[in-house]
Design a protein around this ligand. Structure first.
Ligand code: NAP
Length: 265
């Protein structure tokens, strides 16, 4: 039977790379994001790699449009084996500069958390009926290791991780499994929005895409770097000590990156 994967946020970056790699490995890939033109380009890459792709342009913060796309995907492909909740946005801003910007939290929660939960709920009935389904969530190393300046973004990803654990705990015995993927910094449009990160060594989007392939095919409960796993273990034992120790190091790193970028200009 054809293996069908739905990947959100597949018009660029990590999602696009994962789509091409999964297409090459014989998956039928359903591409979801807002930019139809970019999705068409990715679909052409999937087909050139020997895979099958369908394009579904949708704003995943729109409830009605999301349900219409879910109906369309199920009508077109009959079933979905894996849903990869990868669409997202990031905001880098200090809490001190955000005191009158609650909308930062509302905006990132709308796509990073609520849209992923809505889409998962929409596909769950069909997955439960088949007695199998896997749901992947793109998260970040920065929820494993405390990092300043991303409070809204990290809160939305932590909420997603808690939801993923609940899903596995409640429906694991009915064939529903989950993977949380803790990416380090990856060179994409998202990380490119912060100018100092131009000077930071980062994972390529192709390698990050391979992490989503592993999550889709092997279905571990977590995909992480060793540093992330150690950080997560350390935080569960010494959260206050580690948070105080790491924050000044991140500030020093940001200053070093600023100097490097200025030199390059
Ligand atoms: N890059 C990093 O350093 C990094 C690190 C850790 C985790 N991550 C996570 O990895 C995931 C992919 O990010 P990326 O780095 O590949 O960035 P990206 O290239 O900016 O991809 C973000 C994707 O989300 C889609 N998207 C955003 N808002 C949407 C909406 N309302 N409806 C539908 N789709 C929407 C975008 O497509 P449209 O604009 O076409 O809608 C795009 O395809 C994100 O969840 C991010 O948080 C990234």
């Amino acid at each position: 039977m054809t293996r069908v994967v739905v990947i959100t946020g597949s018009s660029s970056g990590i999602g696009a790379e994962a789509a091409v790699q999964l297409g090459r490995r014989g998956w039928t890939v359903c591409l979801l994001a807002r930019r139809a033109d970019e999705l068409d380009v990715v679909a052409a890459r999937v087909r050139a790699a020997g895979g099958t792709a369908s394009v579904h342009a949708v704003d995943l913060t729109d409830e009605t449009a999301t349900q219409a796309v879910v109906d369309q995907v199920l009508a077109e492909h009959g079933h979905v084996d894996v849903l990869v909740n990868n669409a997202g946005r990031s905001i880098r801003r200090s809490i001190s500069d955000s005191l009158d910007r609650l909308h930062d939290h509302e905006r990132v929660m709308a796509i990073n958390y609520l849209a992923a939960v809505r889409l998962t709920h929409a596909f769950l009935p069909a997955m439960l009926e088949r007695g199998q389904g896997h749901v992947v969530f793109s998260s970040t190393l920065s929820t494993q290791v405390p990092v300043p300046l991303f409070s809204a973004y990290l809160a939305s990803k932590s909420a997603l991780e808690s939801y993923a654990r609940s899903l596995l705990a409640e429906l694991g015995h009915r064939g529903i499994t989950t993977t949380v993927v803790y990416f380090p910094m990856v060179r994409t449009e998202m990380s490119g929005a912060t100018s100092i990160y131009a000077a930071m060594p980062m994972m390529t989007s192709a390698k990050a895409g391979a992490w989503l392939v592993k999550a889709t095919e092997d279905r571990p409960s977590r995909v992480t770097s060793l540093g992330g796993a150690i950080g997560q273990a350390g935080m569960s034992v010494l959260p206050g000590v580690l948070t105080k120790a790491i924050a000044p190091q991140v500030r020093r790193m940001d200053k070093r990156l600023q100097r490097k970028v200025r030199k390059q200009e």
